[in-house]
Design a protein around this ligand. Structure first.
Ligand code: PEP
Ligand code: MG
Length: 539
């Protein structure tokens, strides 16, 4: 019997593949059969891993004794040390190896699963929560068994995990993975945005799937309708083939729009631009015939390394993007780390530990806190040797002063590098405050760009990455419409261009509204440009 369910959001596409579950650290736990005569060596390998895990834990405990929070942390590690010596854990795993002739990792995984189930069914809330300790102890042993981190090349694999970072999506795409499913995540989370950008079929917020699926199960992902089926029946597979065929036909038909201009039937030109995160997306964008890059999320360059890229490294990277786009315009969005890209803020900026990162040091706030980083980025952009039109967008603006401070540094950078070319400085309207004071911001900005993803998040107080409130994340809410209208009115009044660069730009139900509002451009995931252009040309 097949099992099926729903997810909060999908990146588009259909795929049939084989389940590969990943643990919390995105490790693949290898599962394979061994010969009877190999069992003894396999048990030895397992026991050695336990010894190694215990000794490294002891080292950590020694180090921790100096730590100011040692009193709280030490008892936890001591309990982990006891668990590592637990005779049931050792005997249970040994038994699986010897009787079922399976490798140590698989045997340990099955044994841990038994423990987790026991804790899960406990009445006592405290004991129930101890399941987390079992998982952490398991991680330590897996590490000593030398389980390799996410590095995959299985074209048929669909990766399942609790969550994936945007960079994981790129790694999977580069490695040719068939698809992915995360239990957590929302529609416009950056993980979903990147998956749509590179065209990797995936689902987020697919609760229940991870628990029900086993490694090796066949999984059907429908990221068009946000559904999944484990071990589909022959009829379901047939329906998948038919739907795949229809989807291919639809895509082929849309491809004709790649070479057409972005004009409405009555001759109004509405540039359709691409949002990109990685250099590989330049080629993808060109295949879809975009009119330029409306949003280059530069933070993804910073997220690829544990150290800050130098000005020269940045300039070289930006140059590749600009040259790749030929004579088409490129808009660079200044570094926007923070919120769901927090891990990298901590790596790069070291000293930030705000309790509520979505409302903390994010975007322009972080940049103004570290002006030397902002200045280096501005110099890299203006000095990247561009010959086409480039502009710069400031993220998370809430005040006129923030725009003025960035402009001062931009002028300095241009002066230092002797750049005379006009470089427009735009303000992202992605916080309700910015929409509300859009008339003032319009006086200090060369253009606006509406970041609808965050405008919805902050306007409706709904975390865009949280699957539990995904049902509330709705750009059609009257409050969002009014905020957008305010920003458009202020831009029109001040005669500055205004584009939309959030995911809403790709929603064809809004194309007519944007056209009527006299919006000056729509920037979206490149593959959506074709459907929007088709809609535009019919208007
Ligand atoms: C937005 O908020 O709409 C936007 C385009 O920026 P990001 O999705 O990178 O936050
Ligand atoms: Mg944003």
């Amino acid at each position: 019997m097949s099992q099926q369910g729903h997810a909060v959001a999908g990146s588009g596409g259909l795929v049939l593949g084989v389940v590969q579950k990943l643990d919390e650290k995105h490790h693949i736990i290898p599962e394979y059969k061994i010969e009877e005569h190999q069992a003894e060596a396999e048990v030895r390998r397992f026991l050695q891993a336990i010894l190694q895990a215990r000794s490294s834990l002891q080292d950590e405990m020694m180090l921790l004794k100096e730590h100011p929070h040692a009193n709280e942390l030490l008892p936890i590690l001591e309990s982990h040390h006891l668990m590592l010596s637990d005779p049931e854990l050792q005997a249970g795993t040994k038994c699986f190896i010897e009787q079922e002739h399976i490798n140590a990792e698989w045997a340990l995984k099955r044994c841990l699963h038994g423990f987790e189930q026991t804790f899960e069914h406990m009445e006592d809330v405290y004991l129930k929560s101890r399941k987390a300790d079992i998982i952490q102890v398991g991680q330590r042993i897996f590490q000593c068994l030398d389980v390799s981190p996410l590095a995959v090349n299985q074209a048929q694999s669909i990766m399942l995990a609790a969550d994936f970072a945007p960079s994981d999506v790129v790694t999977m795409w580069r490695d040719g993975v068939a698809g992915f499913v995360a239990s957590q995540g929302g529609k416009d989370s950056h993980t979903m945005i990147v998956a749509r950008g590179v065209g990797l079929t995936g689902l987020v917020g697919a609760q229940g799937l991870f628990e029900q699926a086993e490694d090796g199960d066949i999984l059907l992902l429908n990221a068009e309708e946000n559904t999944w089926v484990i071990n589909p029946s022959p009829d379901e597979c047939l329906a998948y083939e038919t739907q795949q065929h229809d989807l291919d036909k639809k895509r082929d038909a849309l491809q004709a729009y790649a070479t057409q201009s972005s004009h409405s039937r009555d001759g109004f030109y509405l540039p359709l631009l691409a949002n990109i995160e990685f250099e590989e997306e330049v080629d993808i964008a060109l295949q879809y015939g975009v009119d330029g890059i409306g949003l280059f999320r530069t933070e993804f360059l910073f997220m690829q390394s544990d150290t800050l890229p130098s000005e020269a490294e940045q300039a070289a990277y930006y140059k590749k993007i600009v040259q790749g786009m030929g004579d088409k315009p490129v808009t660079f969005r200044l570094l926007d780390v923070g919120a769901d890209k927090l891990a990298h803020v901590q790596t790069l900026f070291g000293d930030y530990d705000g309790e509520n990162p979505a409302l903390g040091l994010r975007g322009v706030r972080m940049l103004l806190r570290r002006p030397e980083i902002l200045k280096a980025q501005l110099r890299a952009i203006v000095g990247c040797g561009h010959t086409s039109e480039i502009s710069i967008l400031v993220p998370m603006v809430v005040s006129v002063e923030e725009m003025q401070a960035v402009r001062t540094l931009l002028e300095e950078a241009k002066l230092e590098l002797n750049i005379q070319q006009n470089i427009a400085l735009g303000c992202m309207i992605e916080v309700p405050a910015a929409a509300l004071i859009a008339d003032d911001l319009a006086k200090v900005s060369d253009f606006f760009s509406i970041g609808s993803n965050d405008l919805v998040q902050y306007g409706l107080a709904v975390d865009r990455s949280d699957e539990h409130v995904g049902y509330l994340y709705d750009a059609n809410h009257e409050a969002i419409k009014r905020l957008i209208q305010m920003a458009v009115d202020a831009a029109n009044q001040q005669h500055i261009p205004i584009t939309v660069c959030g995911e809403l730009a790709a929603n064809t139900a809004w194309t007519k509204t944007f056209l009527a509002m006299r919006v000056s451009g729509l920037s979206m995931t490149a593959r959506h440009v074709l459907a929007v252009r088709k809609q535009l040309r019919d208007l």
